[in-house]
Design a protein around this ligand. Structure first.
Ligand SMILES: [Zn+2]
Length: 256
């Protein structure tokens, strides 16, 4: 039987929380305070597990994740889901015009399909990271599938980065059980973000610039997408976002 450890952990935690609620409702243990502590404790464990799995920036164990850009007046631009012929060229042109280097979290299967575009990203001086081989939701995969999603993307990216790949971001930021063990195996570091512009909604360039302005703070890791769903708006917004951030005294840096 193939193991799906994240689903197993979620099911176990939910079952224990329901069981604790049931026995407390039946009056066990006899002291009311102990029953409240039992129910709150059991649901607290379940909630912490859900938060860890599905909140990209949350990890109760400190030090395992890069959550901030380096420097006291810098932000880091990260661009996920590429390469793609409909979106990558425009984004690369916008970054070049704005003299900004970004970190592209690339999907291995897209790199294999459009290797020229991936090479163009690296040649322009941008950093690249692992965004899995097929962009699947990792919490619902088996242990073997999780290992393959990361390892296959590493193989796809290897020819582009002779000094190795350092950064990893899971699709949607979801962190399955066993993720850190796989990341250690490949010497990868998890990268989160605190600035999601939701550009895949294609809300219009003015809305994207306004969203970015609300997030203008030193240390932010901004998340944009190299994805056709953005309908060219991300590339159009980048120069305006960069200009506004520079007016506010912020500069763009690669991840530390
Ligand atoms: Zn993604």
């Amino acid at each position: 039987m193939t193991s799906r450890p994240t689903l197993l952990a979620l099911t176990t935690a939910a079952t224990l929380a329901l069981a604790a609620s049931l026995v407390a409702a039946l009056g066990v243990p006899s002291a009311a305070g102990a029953r409240v502590a039992l129910v709150l404790g059991a649901w607290g464990v379940f909630s912490a597990l859900v938060a860890y799995l599905f909140l990209p920036g949350f990890d109760p164990i400190p030090g395992r994740m890069t959550r901030h850009a380096p420097g006291s007046s810098t932000v880091a631009l990260t661009i996920d889901d590429g390469p793609h012929p409909e979106s990558t060229p425009g984004i690369l042109d916008a970054l070049e015009r704005s003299r900004v280097r970004a970190t592209f979290f690339l999907v291995g299967s897209a790199v294999e399909r459009w290797p020229e575009l991936a090479r163009r990203i690296v040649a322009a001086g941008h950093a690249i990271g692992n965004h899995t081989q097929r962009h699947r939701l990792l919490p619902f995969r088996t242990t073997g599938q999780l290992a393959d999603e990361i390892a296959a993307c590493q193989r796809a990216l290897a020819p582009l980065a002779p000094t190795g790949i350092r950064w990893f971001r899971p699709p949607h930021g979801f962190k399955p059980i066993g993720l850190h063990r796989e990341l250690r195996r490949h010497h990868l570091r998890l990268v989160s973000w605190q600035g999601a512009l939701r550009d895949t909604d294609a809300p219009g360039v003015p809305a994207l610039v306004a969203r970015a302005e609300k997030l203008a703070q030193p240390g932010r890791i901004l998340l944009l997408h190299d994805n056709p769903n953005c309908r060219g708006q991300t590339a159009a917004a980048i120069p305006r976002i960069v200009e506004r951030y520079r007016q506010l005294g912020l500069e763009f840096a690669l991840l530390g």
